[in-house]
Design a protein around this ligand. Structure first.
Ligand code: AMP
Length: 210
């Protein structure tokens, strides 16, 4: 990235791309194949290696634990946000830079969104689906303008993607809304797309109006 030098528009200095805070939504279980945990670990490691920050649900259970532990092992900063009622079930992680223990699930999701510049969903269950669809609808409604991505590890989301395409064909989802969801199979390539679309520090955020 380059920036003009004051007083001389012909000169530019290169400056490092700003560090992104990436919110990862993923399963509190590990699924039935090693590829899921591998994808979670690859994502956590890639975020940390870029000097970015991981924001996630704050637990040690399932893929949530895999992504956080991989980011921590690679020297990354990890922020967790967990409702106090889930500290036992999702095993609140005690090795994070920040663990916010909040009163409600709504508070958790809003704080995670406020602390992030981009969102990526990995394989997971209904909690992950709900978080992905919520942040995607918030984008579509203009409550924020941060990129939303889906990592389709091991083809897990193939049926969902086919259904989403069908929902466009059947006239319930405009093509422009469908295109707002960035889909990839490789964590590094998907994170590259997030970098290109994210606007750290300049994003529009109206979460408190939701
Ligand atoms: P899951 O994908 O079902 O394993 O859940 C992944 C994460 O989503 C967990 O941290 C859940 O606490 C969280 N989550 C967020 N919203 C919900 C919700 N409405 N119902 C269940 N879990 C949720």
């Amino acid at each position: 990235m380059t920036q003009p030098i004051a007083g001389d528009p012909t000169l530019v200095r290169s400056c490092p791309a700003p560090a992104l805070s990436v919110c990862v939504y993923c399963g509190s279980r590990t699924g039935d194949a090693a590829e899921f945990a591998n994808a979670a670990r690859a994502t956590g490691k890639a975020i940390a290696r870029r000097g970015w920050r991981l924001v996630y649900g704050g637990g040690r259970a399932g893929l949530m634990g895999s992504v956080a532990d991989a980011a921590l092992a690679a020297g990354g900063e990890v922020i967790g946000v967990i409702p106090k009622a889930l500290m036992g079930r999702e095993l609140g992680h005690d090795g994070l830079a920040e663990l916010h223990v909040v009163d409600t699930m709504h508070e958790r999701k809003r704080l995670m969104a406020e602390r992030s510049d981009a969102f990526v969903a990995l394989p997971g269950g209904i909690g992950t689906f709900e978080e992905l669809f919520e942040v995607w609808t918030w984008l579509q409604l203009g409550y924020h303008d941060k990129p939303v991505g889906l990592l389709n590890a091991a083809g897990y989301y193939d049926p969902l993607l086919a259904f989403l395409d069908q929902s466009v064909v059947r006239g319930f989802v405009p093509p422009a809304q469908r295109k707002l969801l960035q889909v990839g199979t490789d964590p590094e390539a998907l994170l590259d797309r997030m970098t290109a679309l994210a606007r750290p520090g300049r994003a529009r955020e109206l979460y408190r109006q939701i």
